[in-house]
Design a protein around this ligand. Structure first.
Ligand SMILES: *Cc1c(COP(=O)(O)O)cnc(C)c1O
Length: 222
């Protein structure tokens, strides 16, 4: 299916209020422009270098989301380009993002990444770590980051019930924070979960933002 058709179909299938992040990693700018022309404005990249090289080649109203493992030495490089960093996986990274945002006098939206999947290779806070950090006040008080919500990935498995349980766990952690220690935190509204293979389940479990690559652009060639 042409990219434009995929965008149109996803925009119509997603419930109102669920945002689509077009995960464009490994795809050339010409293909991103096909999605853009079909109305897509949020693009997700997982490598700093790639985001920084694509951003100036795309129209100014594109919102770039960083969704990959973010090395501390790459924060400065992406800061002028990103509207949201979805993959904050440590307090150290959160503090550094705040510092680098302050350095160029901006405020950046961030999501706190939760690790609920069985694979050790995935990163993120465990549920307990995140709740403890929040209770200890360690997430709050930054002036140049705006906490917008949480992000997570389910395990790579055919077991739909397990995937559903993991999404439910991400959502309930978000709810615990939102109605608890982060209740005063304006804009803490987003739950980013769901990819090409599992987004309908994620939406069912309360996702507000899905990150879809393959279903839009086709397979990636690494
Ligand atoms: C690559 C990637 C996606 C998109 O995966 P698809 O299966 O191609 O839809 C979503 N989220 C993250 C964090 C990714 O790295």
């Amino acid at each position: 299916m042409p990219i434009a058709d995929n965008i149109t179909r996803l925009h119509s299938e997603l419930p109102v209020g669920v945002k689509l992040v077009a995960v464009s990693k490994f795809h050339p700018v010409e293909r991103l422009m096909e999605a853009y022309e079909a109305g897509q404005r949020i693009f997700g990249e997982n490598r700093a270098q790639e985001l920084v090289s694509k951003a100036p080649q795309m129209p100014d109203d594109v919102q770039w989301h960083f969704i990959g493992k973010l090395q501390t030495n790459k924060v400065r490089m992406i800061m002028p380009h990103v509207s949201m960093i979805q993959s904050i996986d440590s307090l150290k990274l959160l503090a550094l993002v705040d510092k680098e945002a302050a350095r160029i006098d901006r405020i950046v939206d961030v999501l706190l990444q939760l690790h609920v999947a069985q694979e050790e290779t995935k990163s993120g806070f465990t549920v307990d770590e995140l709740l403890e950090a929040a209770t200890a006040g360690q997430l709050q008080g930054f002036e140049h980051v705006r906490l917008r919500g949480v992000m997570g990935m389910a395990s790579l498995t055919d077991d739909q019930e397990q995937v559903r349980r993991e999404f439910a766990r991400i959502k309930s952690t978000f709810e615990t924070l939102r109605s608890g220690v982060l209740a005063g935190c304006d804009g803490f509204t987003e739950v980013s979960m769901g990819m090409s293979d599992d987004w309908p389940l994620a939406v069912d479990e309360g996702s507000t933002m899905v990150r879809i690559g393959t279903d839009i652009f086709g397979p990636r060639e690494y």
